[in-house]
Design a protein around this ligand. Sequence first.
Ligand code: ZN
Length: 385
Amino acid sequence: MSAAHFETVTPAPADGATRARLGRLTLRSGVVETPQFMPVGTNATVKALDPDDLRAAGATIILANTYHLYLRPGHERIARLGGLHRFMAWDRPILTDSGGFQVVSLGDLRVVDDEGVTFRSHLDDSVHRFTPQHAVAVQEALGSDVAVAFDQPVFPSSPREVVADATERTHRWAERSVAAHARPDQALFGIVQGGLDPELRAGSARFIAGLPFDGICLGGLAGDETAAEREATIDVAAAALGDDPRPRYLMGLGSPADLLEAVHRGVDLFDSVLPARVARNGSLWVPGGKLNLRNSRFLDDPEPVQADCPCVLCRHFSRAYLAHLFRAQELLAYRLATCHNLTFTLDFMDRIRSSIRAGTFPADLLELRLRAGRLSAREAAAKSA
Ligand SMILES: [Zn+2]
Protein backbone atom coordinates (compact mmCIF):
# COMPACT_ATOMS: atom_id res chain seq x y z
CA MET A 1 0.00 0.00 0.00
CA SER A 2 1.00 3.61 -0.31
CA ALA A 3 2.29 5.56 2.67
CA ALA A 4 -1.11 7.14 3.33
CA HIS A 5 -4.66 6.14 2.60
CA PHE A 6 -7.53 8.51 3.39
CA GLU A 7 -11.07 7.28 3.31
CA THR A 8 -14.12 9.48 3.86
CA VAL A 9 -16.35 7.43 6.18
CA THR A 10 -19.18 9.96 6.47
CA PRO A 11 -19.11 12.59 3.71
CA ALA A 12 -20.42 16.11 4.21
CA PRO A 13 -24.19 16.23 3.58
CA ALA A 14 -25.35 17.14 0.07
CA ASP A 15 -27.60 19.94 1.38
CA GLY A 16 -24.53 22.05 2.23
CA ALA A 17 -25.49 22.49 5.91
CA THR A 18 -21.87 21.75 6.79
CA ARG A 19 -18.62 20.66 5.14
CA ALA A 20 -17.71 18.58 8.22
CA ARG A 21 -16.85 14.99 7.31
CA LEU A 22 -15.64 11.89 9.11
CA GLY A 23 -12.51 10.19 7.80
CA ARG A 24 -9.90 7.51 8.44
CA LEU A 25 -6.27 8.28 7.65
CA THR A 26 -4.18 5.09 7.53
CA LEU A 27 -0.45 5.68 8.00
CA ARG A 28 2.55 3.38 8.51
CA SER A 29 2.23 3.45 12.32
CA GLY A 30 -1.52 3.37 12.68
CA VAL A 31 -4.96 4.69 11.84
CA VAL A 32 -6.05 8.28 12.63
CA GLU A 33 -9.76 9.02 12.88
CA THR A 34 -10.56 12.49 11.58
CA PRO A 35 -11.38 15.25 12.42
CA GLN A 36 -8.38 14.95 14.74
CA PHE A 37 -6.07 17.12 16.82
CA MET A 38 -2.30 16.50 17.03
CA PRO A 39 -0.54 17.48 20.28
CA VAL A 40 2.81 19.12 19.54
CA GLY A 41 6.05 17.50 20.70
CA THR A 42 8.48 20.23 19.70
CA ASN A 43 11.68 18.60 21.02
CA ALA A 44 10.42 15.00 20.57
CA THR A 45 8.33 15.36 23.74
CA VAL A 46 5.01 16.98 24.47
CA LYS A 47 6.26 19.16 27.29
CA ALA A 48 5.92 17.46 30.72
CA LEU A 49 4.25 14.29 29.33
CA ASP A 50 5.47 10.80 28.53
CA PRO A 51 3.93 8.48 25.90
CA ASP A 52 1.68 6.79 28.50
CA ASP A 53 0.24 10.21 29.41
CA LEU A 54 -0.36 10.94 25.72
CA ARG A 55 -2.14 7.64 25.12
CA ALA A 56 -4.26 8.17 28.25
CA ALA A 57 -5.24 11.61 26.94
CA GLY A 58 -6.43 9.95 23.72
CA ALA A 59 -3.67 11.06 21.35
CA THR A 60 -3.43 8.92 18.20
CA ILE A 61 -0.97 11.12 16.28
CA ILE A 62 1.47 13.79 17.39
CA LEU A 63 3.51 16.45 15.62
CA ALA A 64 7.25 16.91 16.03
CA ASN A 65 9.21 19.94 14.83
CA THR A 66 11.74 19.39 12.05
CA TYR A 67 13.58 22.67 12.72
CA HIS A 68 14.13 21.94 16.43
CA LEU A 69 15.18 18.30 15.94
CA TYR A 70 17.52 19.21 13.07
CA LEU A 71 19.31 21.70 15.34
CA ARG A 72 19.20 19.53 18.47
CA PRO A 73 19.96 16.63 18.79
CA GLY A 74 20.34 16.42 14.98
CA HIS A 75 18.36 14.31 12.49
CA GLU A 76 21.36 12.11 11.65
CA ARG A 77 21.83 11.23 15.32
CA ILE A 78 18.14 10.34 15.65
CA ALA A 79 18.42 8.19 12.50
CA ARG A 80 21.47 6.37 13.94
CA LEU A 81 19.45 5.72 17.12
CA GLY A 82 16.70 4.02 15.14
CA GLY A 83 14.49 6.92 14.07
CA LEU A 84 12.16 9.29 15.85
CA HIS A 85 9.54 6.72 16.94
CA ARG A 86 12.12 4.62 18.78
CA PHE A 87 13.99 7.67 20.07
CA MET A 88 10.92 9.07 21.86
CA ALA A 89 9.23 5.68 22.48
CA TRP A 90 6.05 6.64 20.64
CA ASP A 91 4.78 3.88 18.35
CA ARG A 92 1.75 5.70 16.93
CA PRO A 93 1.82 8.06 13.91
CA ILE A 94 4.05 11.16 13.88
CA LEU A 95 3.80 14.11 11.50
CA THR A 96 6.85 16.33 11.15
CA ASP A 97 6.29 19.90 10.01
CA SER A 98 8.37 21.42 7.23
CA GLY A 99 10.47 23.72 9.39
CA GLY A 100 9.35 26.69 7.29
CA PHE A 101 7.40 28.40 10.04
CA GLN A 102 10.18 28.03 12.63
CA VAL A 103 12.90 29.16 10.22
CA VAL A 104 10.89 32.31 9.58
CA SER A 105 9.72 32.95 13.15
CA LEU A 106 12.64 31.71 15.30
CA GLY A 107 15.75 31.89 13.15
CA ASP A 108 17.55 35.24 13.18
CA LEU A 109 19.14 37.00 10.22
CA ARG A 110 17.14 34.98 7.77
CA VAL A 111 17.80 35.43 4.06
CA VAL A 112 15.27 33.99 1.63
CA ASP A 113 16.32 33.30 -1.95
CA ASP A 114 14.78 31.14 -4.64
CA GLU A 115 16.76 28.08 -3.56
CA GLY A 116 16.05 28.20 0.16
CA VAL A 117 16.51 30.05 3.44
CA THR A 118 19.73 30.83 5.31
CA PHE A 119 19.22 31.49 9.00
CA ARG A 120 20.96 31.60 12.36
CA SER A 121 20.06 29.02 14.99
CA HIS A 122 18.05 30.42 17.91
CA LEU A 123 20.17 28.14 20.15
CA ASP A 124 23.77 29.14 19.40
CA ASP A 125 23.78 31.62 16.47
CA SER A 126 25.33 29.04 14.12
CA VAL A 127 24.42 29.56 10.44
CA HIS A 128 22.25 26.97 8.65
CA ARG A 129 20.52 26.61 5.33
CA PHE A 130 17.23 24.89 4.55
CA THR A 131 16.19 24.09 1.01
CA PRO A 132 13.09 22.10 0.01
CA GLN A 133 15.34 19.13 -0.73
CA HIS A 134 17.11 19.38 2.62
CA ALA A 135 13.83 19.66 4.56
CA VAL A 136 12.67 16.43 2.90
CA ALA A 137 16.00 14.71 3.67
CA VAL A 138 15.81 15.72 7.35
CA GLN A 139 12.26 14.38 7.66
CA GLU A 140 13.19 11.14 5.86
CA ALA A 141 16.00 10.67 8.37
CA LEU A 142 13.64 11.33 11.28
CA GLY A 143 11.32 8.70 9.80
CA SER A 144 7.99 10.38 10.56
CA ASP A 145 4.79 8.88 9.09
CA VAL A 146 4.01 12.19 7.39
CA ALA A 147 6.52 14.73 6.07
CA VAL A 148 5.50 18.23 5.00
CA ALA A 149 6.93 20.20 2.05
CA PHE A 150 9.09 23.23 2.91
CA ASP A 151 7.21 26.50 2.44
CA GLN A 152 7.61 30.21 3.00
CA PRO A 153 4.89 31.33 5.40
CA VAL A 154 4.07 35.02 5.78
CA PHE A 155 1.87 36.82 8.28
CA PRO A 156 -1.77 36.90 7.15
CA SER A 157 -1.71 40.70 7.32
CA SER A 158 1.33 41.07 5.01
CA PRO A 159 0.98 43.28 1.90
CA ARG A 160 -0.42 41.50 -1.16
CA GLU A 161 2.85 41.59 -3.12
CA VAL A 162 4.71 39.97 -0.21
CA VAL A 163 2.07 37.23 0.02
CA ALA A 164 2.07 36.71 -3.77
CA ASP A 165 5.87 36.41 -3.88
CA ALA A 166 6.02 33.93 -0.97
CA THR A 167 3.12 31.91 -2.39
CA GLU A 168 4.78 31.52 -5.80
CA ARG A 169 8.05 30.53 -4.13
CA THR A 170 6.15 27.99 -1.99
CA HIS A 171 4.73 26.50 -5.21
CA ARG A 172 8.17 26.10 -6.79
CA TRP A 173 9.46 24.57 -3.56
CA ALA A 174 6.46 22.19 -3.47
CA GLU A 175 7.47 20.80 -6.87
CA ARG A 176 11.07 20.34 -5.68
CA SER A 177 9.87 18.61 -2.50
CA VAL A 178 7.80 16.12 -4.50
CA ALA A 179 10.80 15.40 -6.75
CA ALA A 180 13.15 14.98 -3.76
CA HIS A 181 10.90 12.76 -1.63
CA ALA A 182 12.00 9.14 -1.93
CA ARG A 183 10.95 7.30 1.23
CA PRO A 184 8.11 4.97 0.18
CA ASP A 185 6.78 4.37 3.73
CA GLN A 186 6.40 8.10 4.44
CA ALA A 187 3.52 10.29 3.24
CA LEU A 188 4.17 13.82 1.97
CA PHE A 189 1.76 16.72 2.47
CA GLY A 190 1.94 20.02 0.55
CA ILE A 191 1.16 23.46 1.95
CA VAL A 192 -1.32 25.97 0.50
CA GLN A 193 -0.37 29.60 1.15
CA GLY A 194 -2.01 32.75 -0.29
CA GLY A 195 -2.66 34.75 2.86
CA LEU A 196 -6.16 36.19 3.24
CA ASP A 197 -6.45 37.19 -0.43
CA PRO A 198 -9.24 35.04 -1.99
CA GLU A 199 -7.64 34.98 -5.44
CA LEU A 200 -4.16 34.06 -4.17
CA ARG A 201 -5.56 31.50 -1.70
CA ALA A 202 -7.79 29.79 -4.29
CA GLY A 203 -4.96 29.76 -6.85
CA SER A 204 -2.59 28.26 -4.29
CA ALA A 205 -5.12 25.57 -3.31
CA ARG A 206 -5.54 24.59 -6.96
CA PHE A 207 -1.77 24.55 -7.58
CA ILE A 208 -0.92 22.43 -4.54
CA ALA A 209 -3.86 20.09 -5.23
CA GLY A 210 -2.42 19.59 -8.72
CA LEU A 211 0.69 17.92 -7.28
CA PRO A 212 0.79 14.27 -6.12
CA PHE A 213 0.77 15.04 -2.38
CA ASP A 214 -0.92 12.68 0.11
CA GLY A 215 -2.59 15.57 1.97
CA ILE A 216 -3.22 19.30 1.73
CA CYS A 217 -2.08 21.69 4.50
CA LEU A 218 -3.56 25.16 4.89
CA GLY A 219 -0.65 27.35 5.99
CA GLY A 220 -0.29 31.01 6.82
CA LEU A 221 -3.36 31.02 9.11
CA ALA A 222 -3.70 30.85 12.92
CA GLY A 223 -1.56 34.00 12.93
CA ASP A 224 -2.67 37.60 13.29
CA GLU A 225 -5.97 37.28 11.37
CA THR A 226 -9.43 37.59 12.93
CA ALA A 227 -11.65 34.52 13.29
CA ALA A 228 -13.95 35.90 10.56
CA GLU A 229 -11.00 36.39 8.17
CA ARG A 230 -9.73 32.88 8.90
CA GLU A 231 -13.13 31.29 8.40
CA ALA A 232 -13.66 33.13 5.10
CA THR A 233 -10.21 31.98 3.93
CA ILE A 234 -10.95 28.34 4.83
CA ASP A 235 -14.18 28.62 2.81
CA VAL A 236 -12.21 29.92 -0.20
CA ALA A 237 -9.71 27.05 0.03
CA ALA A 238 -12.41 24.42 0.58
CA ALA A 239 -14.35 25.67 -2.44
CA ALA A 240 -11.19 25.60 -4.58
CA LEU A 241 -10.40 22.05 -3.42
CA GLY A 242 -13.96 20.93 -4.22
CA ASP A 243 -14.26 17.15 -3.96
CA ASP A 244 -10.50 16.56 -3.74
CA PRO A 245 -10.27 13.26 -1.82
CA ARG A 246 -7.22 14.06 0.35
CA PRO A 247 -7.13 15.07 4.04
CA ARG A 248 -7.03 18.80 4.83
CA TYR A 249 -4.86 20.03 7.68
CA LEU A 250 -5.01 23.56 9.11
CA MET A 251 -1.65 24.22 10.72
CA GLY A 252 -1.36 25.86 14.14
CA LEU A 253 -5.00 26.10 15.27
CA GLY A 254 -5.74 24.96 18.83
CA SER A 255 -8.65 26.44 20.79
CA PRO A 256 -11.75 24.19 20.88
CA ALA A 257 -13.92 27.02 19.52
CA ASP A 258 -11.59 27.58 16.54
CA LEU A 259 -11.25 23.85 15.86
CA LEU A 260 -15.02 23.44 15.75
CA GLU A 261 -15.54 26.23 13.20
CA ALA A 262 -12.76 24.86 10.98
CA VAL A 263 -14.22 21.33 11.10
CA HIS A 264 -17.57 22.87 10.08
CA ARG A 265 -15.74 24.26 7.03
CA GLY A 266 -14.23 20.92 6.00
CA VAL A 267 -10.87 20.69 7.81
CA ASP A 268 -9.76 17.24 9.02
CA LEU A 269 -6.49 17.74 10.95
CA PHE A 270 -5.07 20.27 13.39
CA ASP A 271 -2.04 20.86 15.59
CA SER A 272 -1.18 23.49 18.19
CA VAL A 273 0.92 24.04 21.28
CA LEU A 274 -1.99 26.04 22.74
CA PRO A 275 -3.72 23.46 25.03
CA ALA A 276 -0.37 22.54 26.62
CA ARG A 277 0.98 26.10 26.76
CA VAL A 278 -2.06 27.59 28.50
CA ALA A 279 -2.14 24.57 30.86
CA ARG A 280 1.39 25.37 32.03
CA ASN A 281 0.16 28.90 32.73
CA GLY A 282 -2.61 27.54 34.97
CA SER A 283 -5.51 27.86 32.52
CA LEU A 284 -7.63 24.69 32.59
CA TRP A 285 -10.26 24.14 29.90
CA VAL A 286 -13.65 22.94 31.11
CA PRO A 287 -17.06 22.71 29.39
CA GLY A 288 -18.22 26.26 28.67
CA GLY A 289 -14.96 28.06 29.47
CA LYS A 290 -11.83 27.87 31.57
CA LEU A 291 -10.58 28.01 35.14
CA ASN A 292 -7.46 29.96 36.12
CA LEU A 293 -5.88 27.80 38.82
CA ARG A 294 -3.53 30.62 39.81
CA ASN A 295 -6.56 32.41 41.26
CA SER A 296 -6.49 32.19 45.07
CA ARG A 297 -10.19 31.30 45.23
CA PHE A 298 -9.25 27.73 44.22
CA LEU A 299 -6.94 27.20 47.22
CA ASP A 300 -9.91 25.99 49.32
CA ASP A 301 -11.86 24.27 46.54
CA PRO A 302 -12.11 20.49 47.16
CA GLU A 303 -13.81 19.73 43.81
CA PRO A 304 -12.00 18.22 40.82
CA VAL A 305 -11.26 20.58 37.90
CA GLN A 306 -13.95 18.76 35.87
CA ALA A 307 -16.07 16.13 37.64
CA ASP A 308 -16.72 13.88 34.62
CA CYS A 309 -13.18 14.07 33.15
CA PRO A 310 -11.25 10.77 33.01
CA CYS A 311 -7.77 12.39 33.18
CA VAL A 312 -5.23 11.69 35.92
CA LEU A 313 -5.75 15.15 37.43
CA CYS A 314 -9.53 14.96 37.71
CA ARG A 315 -9.61 11.33 38.91
CA HIS A 316 -7.26 11.88 41.86
CA PHE A 317 -6.81 15.52 42.79
CA SER A 318 -8.73 18.63 43.82
CA ARG A 319 -8.62 22.16 42.43
CA ALA A 320 -7.10 23.13 45.77
CA TYR A 321 -4.20 20.72 45.30
CA LEU A 322 -3.47 21.90 41.75
CA ALA A 323 -3.72 25.56 42.82
CA HIS A 324 -1.20 24.78 45.57
CA LEU A 325 1.17 23.05 43.11
CA PHE A 326 1.11 26.09 40.81
CA ARG A 327 1.81 28.46 43.72
CA ALA A 328 4.70 26.26 44.87
CA GLN A 329 5.93 25.97 41.26
CA GLU A 330 5.96 22.20 41.63
CA LEU A 331 6.76 20.34 38.38
CA LEU A 332 3.75 18.03 38.83
CA ALA A 333 1.44 21.01 38.16
CA TYR A 334 2.63 21.20 34.54
CA ARG A 335 2.08 17.49 33.90
CA LEU A 336 -1.36 17.31 35.51
CA ALA A 337 -2.64 20.50 33.87
CA THR A 338 -1.33 19.43 30.44
CA CYS A 339 -2.89 15.97 30.79
CA HIS A 340 -6.22 17.64 31.49
CA ASN A 341 -6.21 20.18 28.64
CA LEU A 342 -5.16 17.57 26.08
CA THR A 343 -7.81 15.16 27.40
CA PHE A 344 -10.41 17.93 27.09
CA THR A 345 -9.32 18.83 23.56
CA LEU A 346 -9.13 15.24 22.30
CA ASP A 347 -12.46 14.38 23.94
CA PHE A 348 -13.96 17.44 22.22
CA MET A 349 -12.74 16.12 18.84
CA ASP A 350 -14.26 12.73 19.72
CA ARG A 351 -17.61 14.44 20.43
CA ILE A 352 -17.37 16.19 17.05
CA ARG A 353 -16.70 12.86 15.30
CA SER A 354 -19.63 11.19 17.08
CA SER A 355 -21.90 14.02 16.01
CA ILE A 356 -20.79 13.78 12.36
CA ARG A 357 -21.18 9.99 12.45
CA ALA A 358 -24.73 10.37 13.79
CA GLY A 359 -25.56 12.86 11.03
CA THR A 360 -26.54 15.49 13.61
CA PHE A 361 -23.53 17.83 13.40
CA PRO A 362 -25.42 20.92 12.11
CA ALA A 363 -28.03 20.49 14.86
CA ASP A 364 -25.34 19.85 17.48
CA LEU A 365 -23.32 22.98 16.60
CA LEU A 366 -24.99 25.11 19.26
CA GLU A 367 -24.25 22.63 22.03
CA LEU A 368 -20.68 22.12 20.77
CA ARG A 369 -20.10 25.89 20.63
CA LEU A 370 -21.37 26.13 24.19
CA ARG A 371 -18.99 23.39 25.34
CA ALA A 372 -16.09 25.08 23.53
CA GLY A 373 -16.79 28.33 25.37
CA ARG A 374 -17.59 30.18 22.15
CA LEU A 375 -21.06 31.07 23.40
CA SER A 376 -22.11 31.86 26.93
CA ALA A 377 -25.07 29.93 28.30
CA ARG A 378 -27.17 33.10 28.01
CA GLU A 379 -26.23 33.62 24.35
CA ALA A 380 -26.98 29.97 23.62
CA ALA A 381 -30.36 30.21 25.35
CA ALA A 382 -31.20 33.31 23.32
CA LYS A 383 -30.23 31.57 20.08
CA SER A 384 -32.25 28.45 20.76
CA ALA A 385 -35.29 30.38 22.03
ZN1 ZN B 1 -9.29 16.31 33.67
